[in-house]
Design a protein around this ligand. Structure first.
Ligand SMILES: [Zn+2]
Length: 102
């Protein structure tokens, strides 16, 4: 099942340049839940991230922190061949600072 409405999908894929938000190298092919559905995560756009199949599959129902720790320790049981240590970066939007009126 496809997660996220078309607008959310377009926005998130564009924000990551079509790349996986976990490894930042592979092309993303789906939206993944940062907080897994199994742990109460929602389909809110703030809980979704574009992901490649190896990252999404190996993360499964783990939290991002647990997944990163298991990957670093080499104790993942799924997603063999996935890229090593993932990096998650929040896409930042430039802030338009305006001087405070005196
Ligand atoms: Zn990936």
């Amino acid at each position: 099942m496809s997660v996220g409405n078309p607008s959310t999908r377009r926005h998130l894929f564009a924000a990551f340049g079509g790349r996986c938000g976990y490894c930042l190298t592979a092309a993303a092919d789906h939206l993944d839940h940062l907080v897994p559905r199994a742990a109460g995560g929602t389909n809110s756009r703030f809980n979704l991230i574009p992901a490649c199949t190896p990252c999404g599959t190996s993360k499964g129902a783990l939290s991002v922190a647990e997944w990163v720790a298991r990957r670093a320790a080499g104790t993942l049981t799924t997603g063999a061949g996935a890229p090593p240590v993932p990096v998650y970066r929040v896409p930042m939007k430039p802030v338009n600072h305006r001087p405070i009126a005196a």
